[in-house]
Design a protein around this ligand. Structure first.
Ligand SMILES: Cc1cc2nc3c(=O)[nH]c(=O)nc-3n(C[C@H](O)[C@H](O)[C@H](O)COP(=O)(O)O)c2cc1C
Length: 179
């Protein structure tokens, strides 16, 4: 698949079939994330793959908002991936402090997208989730105090084959060519 085709194919999937996700496909997504560039090659990430039903249900329960339907569909995803930001290495940490830029957050975001693009290439659906109860997730997975949960990603085979037209700003709105 050409890259632009793949970038178009990846879309947030919020309805999953219960078909099991093959271990080698999960490994390929992790490998894609592993190859992501990062500030000072710090690689400040950990991907925690949760397929076991009780733990997964616990995690899905942390993605909702009381009295709303927000993220209520996450319960039917066969795999949940917790994307954790670890303490960056010394140079990346210093650089981020001096420049007041959260390089680690950019690094982890890119790694998450690598993961999702590989999933799309393998016919899997994903949706990144930025809305969750971080305290609950950290407790459930016994994460360290210094760990930050940046995203959760749902992973599985889409229930339906839908091609969604991307709603995006036009090239003119999102770019300019300065000669
Ligand atoms: C950082 C981030 C957080 C997001 N959080 C949620 C979320 O909590 N729930 C949800 O349903 N979608 C979430 N999304 C998915 C976006 O709504 C989606 O990517 C956007 O509408 C573009 O659609 P597409 O992914 O289908 O191209 C999130 C996406 C990103 C990148």
């Amino acid at each position: 698949m050409k890259f632009l085709e793949l970038a178009n194919k990846r879309g947030s999937v919020r309805s999953y079939s219960d078909k099991k996700v093959e271990e080698e496909k999960i490994q390929r997504c992790l490998e894609a994330a592993r190859l992501t560039p990062s500030a000072c090659n710090s690689q400040p990430w950990e991907f925690i793959v949760v397929s076991e039903s009780e733990k997964r249900a616990g995690l899905a329960g942390f993605t909702g908002l009381a009295l709303s339907k927000l993220n209520s569909w996450t319960h039917q995803a066969p795999v949940l991936v917790v994307v954790v930001a670890k303490k960056p290495n010394l140079s990346a940490g210093l650089g981020a402090a001096v420049k007041n830029r959260p390089y680690w957050l950019m690094d982890v975001g890119m790694a998450a997208e690598h993961f999702c693009l590989q999933a799309a290439e393998d016919g899997l659906g994903t949706c990144m989730l930025g809305w969750f109860n971080e305290k609950g997730v950290k407790k459930l997975l016994s994460l360290k105090r210094t760990d930050k949960v940046v995203l959760l990603i749902t992973l599985g085979y889409p229930a339906r084959d839908v091609v969604k037209i991307k709603k995006r700003k036009s090239l003119d709105e999102m770019s300019r060519i300065e000669g």
